[in-house]
Design a protein around this ligand. Structure first.
Ligand SMILES: NC(=O)c1ccc[n+]([C@@H]2O[C@H](COP(=O)([O-])OP(=O)(O)OC[C@H]3O[C@@H](n4cnc5c(N)ncnc54)[C@H](OP(=O)(O)O)[C@@H]3O)[C@@H](O)[C@H]2O)c1
Length: 230
């Protein structure tokens, strides 16, 4: 990795989850590449983010390109596309991802019952990604429980923690740093198989949002040392 702030490429970075994460990392000074099936659309999103998190204010350089170029040129890759297209988006990127960390934010939502837990046959969408990509790629799961509308406002303090699951501690550490730099608290939540809990929790939170008429419920890890009072 080139320096303290690696280049982050967000596949599907034009979307709700990906653009919010990308904007937060750009604001924190990371160079960011927005990936899309359409390079021009990616550049539009990159320009919008650059306007909100300008380099003059300490923001990282943001540019847009196609998904394969983004996966090739990024050092840490984030996947943020709908579950229905998770594996077919990743497949052509496999060679570009070799030797890198892939942070997969996929929650396996299956319309129309997105408020009902419907984990895939193997138990987890991100485990399926790891199995398809093989050991050359280090897959880490994160951000499944963060609602996109919380990410969009860069000044908004997000009242939700992030479960970070992955089979390699060093990769989880890197993801937890990225969580922190995006304004949230990340927790080592065990091996990639444990991502099933975060993936399932997304549907539980969607159900809670609807039942209680709230926009974006979240989770918080409790029992931790109290934060110092202001
Ligand atoms: N939204 C949330 O609140 C939230 C919360 C937690 C987790 N997640 C997870 O984050 C991921 C992205 O969610 P999102 O709400 O950001 O999705 P989204 O806005 O609907 O889509 C994200 C991007 O995926 C690409 N895409 C759309 N359809 C595609 C297709 N058929 N094939 C390939 N790429 C396609 C599009 O980029 P281009 O058209 O530019 O290629 C799009 O901008 C999902 O797996 C979701 O479960 C979302």
């Amino acid at each position: 990795m080139s320096d303290e702030r690696p280049v982050i490429a967000v596949i599907g970075g034009t979307g709700r989850q990906g653009s919010g994460l990308a904007a937060r990392w750009a604001k924190a000074g990371y160079p960011v590449i927005i990936g899309s099936r359409d390079a021009a659309r990616a550049q539009e999103t990159a320009d919008e983010i650059s306007a909100r998190a300008p380099a003059s204010g300490g923001g990282g350089k943001v540019r847009g390109t196609d998904n394969l170029t983004a996966a090739t040129e990024g050092e840490i890759i984030v996947l943020a596309v709908p579950y229905s297209n998770q594996l077919n988006t990743l497949k052509p990127l496999a060679d570009a991802l070799a030797g890198k960390i892939l942070i997969d934010v996929t929650a396996p939502l299956v319309p129309p019952k997105v408020g009902t837990v419907q984990l895939p046959e193997g138990g987890s969408a991100v485990v399926a990604a790891q199995e398809m990509l093989g050991d050359e790629v280090t897959v880490v799961a994160a951000f499944q429980n963060i609602a996109a509308q919380h990410l969009a406002d860069l000044e908004h303090k997000i009242d939700c923690d992030v479960l970070v699951c992955g089979n390699k501690k060093a990769a989880r550490e890197i993801a937890i740093r990225l969580v922190s730099d995006a304004g949230m608290t990340g927790w080592h939540a065990g091996p990639l198989a444990n991502a099933a809990a975060a993936e399932a929790m997304t549907s539980v939170l969607i159900f809670i949002n609807r039942a209680h008429k709230i926009p974006g419920s979240g989770i918080r890890i409790t029992g931790t040392p109290a934060e110092p009072e202001d």
